[in-house]
Ligand binder design. Structure first.
Ligand code: MN
Length: 297
């Protein structure tokens, strides 16, 4: 069981369940932030200015509200609940995420990162918006498949390692025996309400229940309205150096990405990392820590 820790992203408060000291990754899922619900009536709301990413995919899933994504590829895309944004950073991309000037009162959502494996880390950056995702049911739970396959349906989102991500919701008392891939490790994050995972006592929001590989089913129960994220994947093999917004296979690759961003240089052959249309300010990289960045998996 992992308790989320408080963090600040672009001035906004989030609860972070991955990475933590206790658990760095679940499969290639290497970052899990939950923000809100926040009443942003009369406020700017989300205002995360241009910042870079390398070696990962960002996966944005909103529960309430609206956010506009802009990136250095020229993408400009509003996202609303039920839709998925997947930005593949590859060798380097910059993006900004901002509430539109006229926005719904409540902002509530999650952002996840997926580490790219060897051979994919330096791929061309890309951005994909999925306006609809496949629905399924598990017992009394309604499922929406963000990534991978679950309950007989498959998400259109492109990922580069064996992975699953499913939102399960119920408006009433519910139970189910979920079928899992025993090759995967899994995590269940309660986002709203409370849920009992694997027959244990029910836990509330921002508790991540971690399940090692070897499990082919999982009991999931709730006494009332609840929402959880089920994440899974083949345990990560090999190096994973994460620092600020970068994922790499070595300290050098991350330090190079930082230096490029600070100098306003290009990453590889991609266009200049300007984010057209962003209004929030460009975010400089923080100083590197003392000592050497190390791989933590
Ligand atoms: Mn970002």
């Amino acid at each position: 069981m992992i308790d989320a820790v408080d963090a600040i992203v672009g001035g906004g408060a989030v609860r972070r369940s991955l990475p933590t000291r206790a658990k760095r990754t679940i499969g290639a899922w290497c970052f899990l932030d939950h923000f809100g619900p926040s009443d942003i009536t009369g406020q700017a709301g989300m205002a995360v200015g241009p910042h870079p990413h390398t070696g990962l995919q960002t996966v944005t899933w909103l529960l309430e509200g609206e956010v506009v994504h802009r990136d250095s590829l020229g993408s400009e895309q509003a996202i609303r609940p039920g839709q998925l944004n997947v930005m593949t950073a590859g060798r380097g991309v910059a993006h900004a995420e901002e509430s539109p000037s006229s926005h719904p009162p409540i902002l509530h959502g999650t952002q996840l990162w997926v580490a790219l494996p060897d051979g994919q880390r330096d791929r061309e950056p890309a951005f994909d918006h999925h306006p609809e995702l496949p629905a399924t049911n598990a017992g009394d739970w309604s499922g929406r498949v963000l990534v991978g396959s679950f309950g007989g349906v498959t998400s259109p989102a492109k990922v580069y390692s064996p992975l699953v991500g499913v939102e399960l919701t119920t408006s009433k008392q519910a139970s189910a025996e979920l079928a899992l891939d025993p090759a995967f490790e899994h995590g269940v994050l309660v986002v709203e309400g409370a849920a009992a995972v694997g027959g244990a006592d029910a836990v509330g929001p921002d508790r991540l229940v971690v399940l090692p590989p070897g499990r082919s089913s999982l009991d999931l129960a709730a006494d009332g309205p609840a929402r959880v994220l089920l994440l899974g994947g083949a345990p990560w093999e090999g190096p994973l150096v994460m620092w600020w917004n970068f994922v790499g296979d070595s300290a050098e690759s991350v330090e190079r990405a930082r230096a490029d961003w600070q100098a306003g240089r290009r990453f590889g052959a991609t266009p200049f990392l300007e984010v057209p249309g962003a209004t929030a300010r460009r975010i400089p990289a923080p100083p590197l820590p003392f000592g050497r960045l190390v791989s933590r998996t």
